[in-house]
Design a protein around this ligand. Sequence first.
Ligand SMILES: Nc1ncnc2c1ncn2[C@@H]1O[C@H](COP(=O)(O)OP(=O)(O)OP(=O)(O)O)[C@@H](O)[C@H]1O
Ligand SMILES: [Mg+2]
Length: 573
Amino acid sequence: MLVYRRLLSYVAPHWKVLPIALVAMVVAAGSNGVVPYLMSEVVEVLESEGRGAGSLLVPLLLFVTFMVRATVDFIAVYGLGWLGRSVVRDLRAQIFERYTELPISYFEHHSSGALVSKLTYNTEQVAEAISNAVVVAIRDSLTVVVLIGAMIWFSPLLTAMVAVAAPVVAGLVAVMSRAFRRYGLRIQTSMGDATRVTEEALSGARIVKVFEGQKHQQQRFSEINEHNRRQFMKLVATRAGGDALSQYTLTIAVSAMIALAFSETLLQGLDAPVFIGFLVALGMMLTPMKRLVNINAVLQRGIAAGITLFETLDEPGEPDTGTRRLERARGDVEFRGACFTYDEAKGRVLHDVSLRVPAGSTVAIVGRSGSGKSTLVGLLPRFYDVEAGDVRLDGVDIREYRLRDLRRQLSLVSQDVLLFDDTIANNIALGALGNAPREAVEAAAEAAFVTEFAAGLPEGLDTPVGQRGMLLSGGQRQRVAIARAVLKNAPVLILDEATSALDTESERIVQRALESLMTGCTTLVIAHRLSTVENADSIVVLQEGEAVEQGTHAGLLDRGGIYSSLYRMQFAD
Ligand SMILES: Nc1ncnc2c1ncn2[C@@H]1O[C@H](COP(=O)(O)OP(=O)(O)OP(=O)(O)O)[C@@H](O)[C@H]1O
Ligand SMILES: [Mg+2]
């Protein structure tokens, strides 16, 4: 019930088309009621002696009736089509907006394929339900009511006989509704699965080819494809079966009624025009009735889609309760006893980590793979919140700042650079940086050694980078990401250095770009390069989520602890 009401709340802003469409549908239903009457008039005229009189009136009335019906049908379908598409646009906008606001953890637990399919397929089901199903539901049920009225007008007795079938049909419809909704939900899930597998296969095209994954991927897809077909067939079977059953019921009722009508004792004085009028009304009722039963499938699918869409819309966004404003931070960063757990079952990932990074200094974070380095730096932009302890910026708990203000203080160059399908310049001037002047973008490109390779491209900085930046090399993508950080010029910089082995030449260029970026910033760098580690003001060693050693390069080497062994293994060739 709540779903209906909520779906209606999307219709409400566009209510203006409703009265027009409604009037059109009432007129359409009314015109349907006129047809049996006109038909019985036709019989009347045929039977009467003087055929000339009034014989032109009936065809004229028929002509007008059908013209009117066609016109109001157009108005109703167009009006509700417009309504449906407007609702889909609004729903899609809301869902997309929600996607951009959900916390990182949400995306770790929901496949992007399923999320994409929600945005495309599920919203389409809602549109279908609103435009098609509503036209049918209103126009056809009105038509049925009008025709039943006509039948009663012609002969209450005959109507009563046919009405015996009504409860059976109603029962069928109720049972079918439930089945429609169930299968509708399953079809949605399998559409999500299909999108997910397709996305994976497409984005992993290189891996699939080299590891001969084609067969496996095809197999995975064909299972989902088959499951989808089976669920759809259940829906089709329910619909067709229900259709047949309700037709059987009606056929029995109608045949019985005609048989009774022929036995004159029962229905004395039933003349031909009345009987024809009644039969035409009954016959005309069958198509809208059938449509009403069938449209239920569409309606139920729409409702099932609405349920999952509303679930997504109701997901809580990122916690943003801080009220403190921050124009530009000095850049004093401090972790105080930070603890963090992703998943109770896997246990704590960070244990009581304390670390101070004074404004303008550089701290290198080193440690084995999986020791919690990325997790630690991810606390600062609040991708995750600490479980115990706190993280401070300029001496204030970061949760007290407004989230936007906090993030405005940070730049991030991550391990895996993702570029958007746009030009190099637009990838540098991303998001809030979008209105940066062209000279600033060019200066950033220069500082990050982007100009060096962009100059050789056909359109320079305005060359498109392709989906995910596929048209650039790994090192080039990194430099674009660095240019982005240069342009942002935030007081705090987070670097998750790439482990990817760049050749020495490129490595040196990227290194130089990074150095120019780091000057004047407070920098937290997850270091994989020896030079970065050596030049850092301080080094922190993480081991299984604990900060086990902290000091300068020389100091830690002298201590001969974990760092010195790590140094020998990892950095010293
Ligand atoms: N989103 C997540 N959900 C659950 N567990 C996670 C998630 N991300 C990381 N982990 C786990 O947390 C631990 C720390 O991971 P983290 O990514 O911080 O390591 P890291 O030190 O950055 O490693 P690397 O050097 O390989 O990048 C690992 O055991 C990892 O399996
Ligand atoms: Mg990492």
